[in-house]
Structure formats: C-alpha cells, structure tokens
Design a protein around this ligand. Structure first.
Ligand code: AHR
Length: 657
C-alpha cells in the first residue's frame, strides 16, 4: 500500500514538472552594439492645452489679470458691503499697436462699507499654509485722492487666510508689489482687492504668484509640476505644441515674438482649445504668454533638455479654417524662424540676441533643432517647407529641421508626405500616433524596416487611446501604458532611425481639461504622474548610450509569447539595461543570457511596473498605485532569471566590467 501511494505521488510530481513552463531564453549580445542612442531619445511634448500653461505650470494665480479676455471682466466680480460706493470702468487706450490696451478705472468711497473686486482664479487658487504670495499691480493715480488697496486671500467659507496693504504712489503707471503669508491651506481660494478711502485709481496687471516657484523665479513656474518633468531627465522639450502653433485661423497662430520681452507687453490671444470641443467648452481659456519663448528656453535648460521650438509655417490648423498665407506673403514667417535662431543663439550685439540678454540670459541657449509646422499635410506644406529649409540652412547649416508627416501614421496623407519628404532628404520626420493599445502592440516592428540612411524619425506625439482619439472617456490606464511600453522597445531597438520620441499631451488640469489621456494630471495644489508617466520615465532614466541586440532564437522580441524586449548599454556607468514587457495575463519565466567578454556583476537592480488590473489608473487619492517598485536581482554567472509578473514592465540594470 505504501509503495502504491509513493508511486502516485511520484507520478503527480513528474507530471507537474512535465507541464511546468520552461523559461524563455533571451540572449543579449552585449558585445555587439548596433546603434548609438541619441541624448535626445526620450523627451517632452509641451502644449498649452488642458490649462497646461495658464492655470497650470505658469504659476500666476489671477485669471484675466490684464482685462484682455474677450469679456474684459471675466474672472472678476465686484463686491459691495454696507453702504460703500464703487464702480469699475473698463478703459481702452486704443493706441496704435497697443499690446495690452485695456485697464480698469475704479471710483470708490468706502467710508460706510467696502468696495472691492474678487478674482476667482483658475478654478480657484491653490494656497498653502505658511507660504508667501507676491501680489503686484500696475496703478496710476488719476487725482489727488488717496485710495489704498487692501488685499485678502479668502477661503471657500469666506474667511480671510492672508492679507496685505498697498498704497499706490504715482501719477504715472507704476508697478508696485507686496507679499502676504497664507494662514491656511485652501485649494479654491479667491483674491480680494478692496479699495479703501475715497477717490479714483487706474489699475492693470493685477497679479498673484507663489514665491515658491520653480527655482524661486518671479513670473515663474509651478515647482511641483516642473519637478515631475525634471525627474524624467528628458532629452528634449518640444514647445509650444501641437495645434496651438497653427491656430484655428492664422490670426490666432502662435507668434513667438509676441511672447518675449516685458510680460505686461505680451499680446494675449484666445486659446484654440477654448472652443475646440463642444463637449469640453472652456470659455475662460486664453494665452497670456507669461510663459513665452524665453521661459520655454529657460525651462529646457533647467531640466537639461534640448529645446525644440515648433514654428508656424504660414498654415492654420487644417482641421479648422485651413487658412494658408499666400506664397507672396510667406517671407515674414521665414524671417520669424531666422530671428528665433538669432534670439536663441545670436551674440548679444544682434537685435534678437540682445533681447535675450536683456531678459536675463546673455549666454546662448544653444538651439540645435527647429520644427517647421505642426500637423500639416498636403501640397500646400510641400510648397512652403522648401523655402524655410533653404533660408534656414543657408544661414544656419547646423540646425536640424523637424518636418511634419501629417496627423496619422499611415494612410494617404502620410504616404504622400513621407514619400516626398524622403525624396527631399529632410533631416527629421515627425510622426504622430493616437491609436488603440493593440495598434501599439502590433507596431512594435514599425521601424525595423525603415531606411537606415534616410531621414531620422521623431515620434513627436503618441498615446494609446483606451476608447478612441479625442473621446472624453479615454483613461490613462495600465493597459494603455503597458502597450506604450511594449511599443517603445521597438523605438529603442531602432534608435539608429528613431532619434526622438514624446508622449502627448503632457498636462491636464482635473477641472479644466479638453483632451484625455494626458501624461500628468494636476489640480490647484496636487499633481501626479500616470502609469504612462512612469513608463516614459523608466525609459528616459534608463536611456543608455548604445543599443545591443536582445533576441529570442535570433529574432527581435516583439510579441512572441506576448513578450517585448530591448536592451542598451550605458557606457557612462558601464552597465547593461534590459527592458522586458510581458503583456500576457500569466507570469512568465525568462532567462536572460548575457553574451559579453566583460565580467557581469553578481547582482543587479530591477524596477517593476505592474498592476493586476489593466484598468488601474493613478489618482490624487492614490497617485502611485501604478509606479515602479525597486528590488535587487542575483545573477547566476551571466544569466538573469526573472519571473515576469502578468502584465508587467521590468527594467534590469547590471554592471559590466
Ligand atoms: O496633443 C493634442 C493634439 O493632438 C495636438 O495639439 C495636435 O498636434 C494633435 O492633433
């Protein structure tokens, strides 16, 4: 009987072993680099969409500070208490070429009460206890009266959580400032400007900034949001978009020259996303350009990214008005491009180089890349582009130009431009793909057969769409992020062709967005990276310097057994980095065999990004639900054995010496 039981047990054990999955063997040819990875490989796409700039990274808390919105008092409310008298009149200088023509004329008598103006901020103002806020205003005394300003921060209960006083002093326009410290934290505060005394006063550019901006810069950026960008160690910063470059019509296109110089002289325009989607109207969305081209260059420099400005090429958005500037009037657009290069790189005795120096940056920004047009298509683009290319290359032959391949990664428009741009032997082609997660999985091979000697590729805008492009129901869920991670192994493997890539869009205000999915979500006080953010960050932080082949049975790993993988060397740290994505719902065992003449470390580091639920998203309540967990791995000789969790993205780093 005993013998019989033993045999049954032996049978079960043997059977289990028979059915146990044998590990997938992946071989890394660490001695056979195939391509150099550009320092620009993984970068950032910035556009003022979803309150990305005004109401977002640009830390100004006052909405419509200069009364230039179409409705001049949008964001402002008069407030009267007791028997105070007060009135506010919008006046317009109507000077020729005035860039900030409107201001307000206030008449008040607060002897028997209070009269003031309340600003609601961008969906409220995020105020933090103990932090200092800098209030500033341009005023002009119009008579001998002595109106003074009493400034208050007010919480949602109507309580004062910060205050200060300011006495206007001049008969001519003058900027004055005062600081206040908040006594409480409030995500939805308002700013009150009370007029104390009796008399008249002109006011403009009423502004409130946290002192604690990124690098404590006045007119600065929100520190938490820039930190999230800096943490990605991005290779480039593309700005200012996106469709915003084009404008819905030419009159609202992005004009960089109107975004530099004194902040009070920058001419505001309506934001194209204000009216784009009927299902997400944003009537208070304008571009004040407080975050203008100088600030973008500075941001790029701060976070160690190559600046990549994209300029309008005489074409408005082809989804909207599709206006084009006649060929006979294209010259000023080309001149804008030449002047921008001078602004970024020119010596301080050039016109535009001097402006850069006057703004605080005598050293050049060392611009190397420039985009001509955003999502343009058709013969109109091919008619205009060569004129830009010729003029820019003649004067600045080392500048690399980024050119549009349209809106989609395939189809008639793409084929037409792709063919023509290749025959023109352009520098870099910008490809965009907003597609379903499956598309990303199926396209992990996309660049394997691209011409190695042709133009380089910039995957300039991409994001997996959980429902459909521009659907307001799209989610930044793990399924999408995982598909992007899998696809990105193909970008990395083909780094000889793909020189740059960026997820889009970048930012979204939880209460002010128009487009989803987005890489980083924020409200007035908080921010978090999505699972997609962590995918981007893992790639960028572990970018490496050279691609080395990672194969299964001599083939690139791009979907076999639902695995996607790539591998790079980091010659700065003498390390090998292996990235493996398991898109199956089963755990898989793999043995990564490192073929290398060098010694391999005994241990390595492993970062795992995973979730059991493909629908998982990060949120303000659980901002790091899907975020990398770090652990160490022990190698057996030159072999890394990994049990890849279902639906997971793993990054391993080991020393080679
Ligand atoms: O990223 C959102 C928009 O998508 C961009 O502005 C545009 O280039 C693309 O169509």
């Amino acid at each position: 009987m005993k013998k019989c039981l033993f045999s049954v047990w032996a049978l079960i054990v043997t059977g289990t072993q028979l059915f146990a999955q044998s590990p997938t063997v992946l071989t890394v040819k660490a001695d056979k680099p195939t391509a150099t990875i550009q320092p620009t490989m993984w970068g950032i796409f910035f556009e003022d969409i979803n309150l990305g700039a005004d109401g977002g990274i640009y830390a100004e808390l006052v909405k419509n500070r200069s009364f230039e919105f179409n409705a001049p008092m949008m964001g402002w409310k008069e407030q009267k208490e007791g028997e105070a008298f007060g009135s506010t009149l919008v006046e317009n200088r109507l000077e020729k070429g005035a860039t900030n023509p409107r201001y307000i004329h206030v008449t008040a008598n607060s002897d028997k009460g209070k009269y003031g103006l309340i600003n609601e901020g961008f969906r409220g103002m995020g105020i933090k206890q103990g932090e200092t806020y800098d209030f500033s205003v341009w005023t002009r005394k119009t008579d001998a009266s002595s109106l003074t300003l009493h400034i208050e921060l007010i919480n949602t209960k109507g309580e004062v959580i910060g205050k200060a006083d300011l006495t206007p002093t001049d008969k001519d326009w003058k900027k004055q400032s005062v600081s206040l410290t908040a006594t409480a934290t409030e995500p939805k505060a308002k700013l009150a400007v009370w007029f104390v005394g009796t008399g008249n006063l002109d006011l403009d550019m009423i502004s409130l900034f946290p002192k604690n901006t990124w690098k404590q810069r006045p007119n600065g950026l929100r520190a938490d949001l820039v930190q999230l960008l800096a943490d990605m160690k991005p290779g480039f910063l593309r700005f200012p978009g996106g469709c915003i470059v084009e404008g819905r019509e030419l009159s609202t296109r992005y004009q960089w020259k109107k975004t530099v110089g004194e902040v009070q002289s920058r001419e505001m325009v309506i934001n194209r996303w204000n009216t784009e989607f009927k299902h997400r109207p944003t009537p208070d969305y304008f571009q004040t350009f407080g975050l203008g081209f100088y600030e973008y260059f500075l941001l790029a420099e701060d976070i160690g990214a190559e600046p990549l400005p994209i300029l309008n090429c005489g074409m408005a958005c082809q989804f909207n008005s599709a206006e084009v500037v006649p060929m006979s009037e294209i010259d000023p657009f080309i001149q804008d491009a030449l002047d921008l290069i001078e602004f970024a790189n020119g010596s301080t005795d050039t016109k535009w180089g001097k402006l850069r120096a006057d703004m605080g940056h005598p050293k050049p920004f060392n611009l190397k890349l420039l985009g001509v047009g955003n999502e343009q298509w058709g013969p109109q683009y091919l008619e205009r582009l060569p004129l830009f290319t010729k003029a820019i290359k003649e004067k600045y032959p080392t500048i690399k130009l980024v050119n549009s391949s349209g809106t989609d990664p395939n189809g008639e428009r793409f084929d037409y431009l792709n063919k023509n741009l290749r025959s023109m032997n352009v520098d870099i082609i910008d490809e965009h793909y907003y597609r379903a997660p499956d598309w990303f999985l199926q396209n992990a091979h996309r660049y394997d057969n691209y011409d190695r000697n042709g133009p380089k590729i910039f995957a300039g805008e991409y994001a997996a769409q959980s429902v459909a492009t521009v659907s307001p129901d799209n989610k930044n869920n793990w399924k999408c992020a995982l598909a992007e991670a899998a696809f990105m192994t193909g970008l990395e493997r083909n780094a000889d062709v793909v020189h740059m890539a960026s997820y889009a869009p970048l930012f979204a205000h939880a209460e002010g967005w128009q487009w989803t999915p987005d890489l980083i979500w924020f409200d007035n006080l908080r921010s978090y990276g999505t699972p997609n953010y962590y995918v981007q960050k893992l790639y960028s932080v572990h970018k490496g310097t050279q691609v080395v082949p990672l194969v299964q049975k001599n083939e690139a790993v791009a979907g076999q057994n639902d695995l996607y993988a790539s591998s790079v060397l980091d010659k700065n740290t003498q390390e090998l980095v292996v990235k493996i994505v398991n898109t199956s719902d089963k755990s898989q065992t793999t043995n990564v065999v490192i073929e290398s003449a060098k010694k391999v470390g005994k241990t390595g580091k492993l970062w795992i990004l995973k979730s059991e639920n493909l629908e998982s998203v990060n949120s303000f309540e659980d901002p790091t639900l899907v975020s990398p967990a770090e652990q160490s791995v022990t190698l057996k000789g030159k072999q890394i054995s990994l049990t890849l969790a279902p639906n997971s993205f793993s990054v391993v780093r080991v020393k080679l010496s």
